[in-house]
Design a protein around this ligand. Structure first.
Ligand code: ADP
Ligand code: MG
Length: 359
């Protein structure tokens, strides 16, 4: 399975349009395609006419590990399946705060279905947060759509930052390509944009350029891919050309031989699936600022949540921990204290003790 993520922290640059139409053309070429929408706005599903209703299972439940991905897959056309997103997905980052392997939730969920698809297309939100990183960890290839308007100097800087973040985060595994989108060739500005992109990124730039085409916008608003809506427009030709260009790279990409299994193995994740949820609790007044730090979060304090339990002021936090032994401490306002409910301690380097938990 080839895994391609559409990424750019700028909204409106053509990520979703590209995801929808490349997925649709690939399916039209007989490839079995799965499109996963990681954007809480849910535009990818809407653009393909997928019927999302309240009861529908979405990528949110999948990322939380509540359901296998298979249960969230729906078929929208021949060879084309989608996993929809939902606005609740915007809570994912907060819900997962401090959770272990939180960038690996998507890749872990894919193991079951990897063999069933030729292509995985991942649409990302307009931010470089946890959802986008889940997409990047799962992907092997990244397409960064750049629309003419964002190609100010500021836009270029941000784009380069994004590429760098991606590279560092996933250890230079990704093949990154830039796609010029929404280009109006009649304007000198747009022609200059294309030239600069090619000068600057030569090999990392698709030959195909996506021209401005109002039919693309119309098609999306009708819940259709361009091939289903209008076959006599620039948008149709451009996305068809882009798909051909992507298909041509197939052999080269296969040689790299990444599979999710090998990736997971490399990350030592298969072993680590024995994670356990541990609830850390501390009684302290509501007015206090209570945090926890330890080996499991590189000693970077994380806030606990406050509740009242049977009239007692209680701070708590749930962390997913792998097997192993961890030292930790609470930080109450600016005072470090060991866990009063845990007798096991070890000397810290400062004449005090840390609490110790073993799983
Ligand atoms: N080549 C294009 N020509 C005209 N409109 C486009 C083109 N590409 C995208 N659009 C429109 O621009 C808007 C933003 O595109 P979209 O793909 O949703 O961007 P993103 O997913 O990056 O936020 C949408 O209304 C879309 O229909
Ligand atoms: Mg989008």
């Amino acid at each position: 399975m080839r895994k391609i993520a559409l990424v750019n922290q700028k909204g409106g640059c053509g990520k979703t349009t590209t995801a929808i139409n490349v997925a649709s053309f690939l399916a039209g070429k007989g490839k079995k395609v799965l499109l996963i929408d990681l954007d809480p706005q849910g535009h990818a599903g809407l653009g393909l006419g997928a019927q999302g209703d309240q009861a529908e299972k979405t990528i949110y439940e999948v990322l939380l590990g509540e359901i296998p991905i298979r249960e969230a897959i729906q078929t929208v056309a021949e060879n084309l399946d989608v996993v929809l997103s939902d606005v609740i997905l915007s809570a994912f980052e907060q819900v997962m705060a401090g959770g272990h392997e939180r960038e690996y939730k998507l890749v872990q969920s894919l193991v079951d279905i990897e063999a069933e698809y030729d292509y995985l297309i991942i649409d990302s939100p307009p931010s470089v947060g946890l959802l986008t990183f889940n997409g990047l960890v799962a992907a092997e290839e990244v397409i960064i759509p750049v629309d003419a308007s964002s190609f100010s100097l500021h836009g270029l800087g941000k784009l380069l930052d994004t590429i760098q973040i991606i590279d560092e985060k996933v250890d230079h595994r990704l093949s990154v390509k830039i796609l010029a989108t929404n280009i109006d060739r009649r304007t000198t500005f747009c022609r200059e944009v294309v030239k600069s992109l090619r000068d600057r990124f030569s090999k990392n730039c698709f030959k195909t350029i996506i021209n401005t085409c109002t039919k693309l916008r119309e098609a999306a608003s009708h819940g259709k891919a361009i091939a289903e809506y209008n076959t006599h427009c620039a948008g149709f030709r451009d996305y068809q050309d882009l798909t051909m260009e992507i298909l041509k790279q197939e052999a080269a990409m296969k040689k790299k031989g990444f599979t999710i299994g090998s990736l997971l193995e490399a990350e030592g994740l298969l072993k680590s699936q024995v994670e356990r949820e541990i609830v850390f609790k501390l009684e302290a007044p509501e007015t206090a600022m209570v945090q926890i730090a330890g080996d499991f979060n590189e000693w970077v304090p994380e806030s606990l949540h406050f509740t009242e339990s049977q009239g007692r002021p209680l701070w708590h936090k749930t962390l997913s921990l792998r097997q192993g032994s961890y030292e930790y401490k609470y930080l109450v306002d600016d005072r470090w204290i060991p866990d009063p409910d845990n007798e096991r301690t070890a000397d810290d380097a400062y004449g005090g003790v840390n609490s110790v938990i073993s799983l």
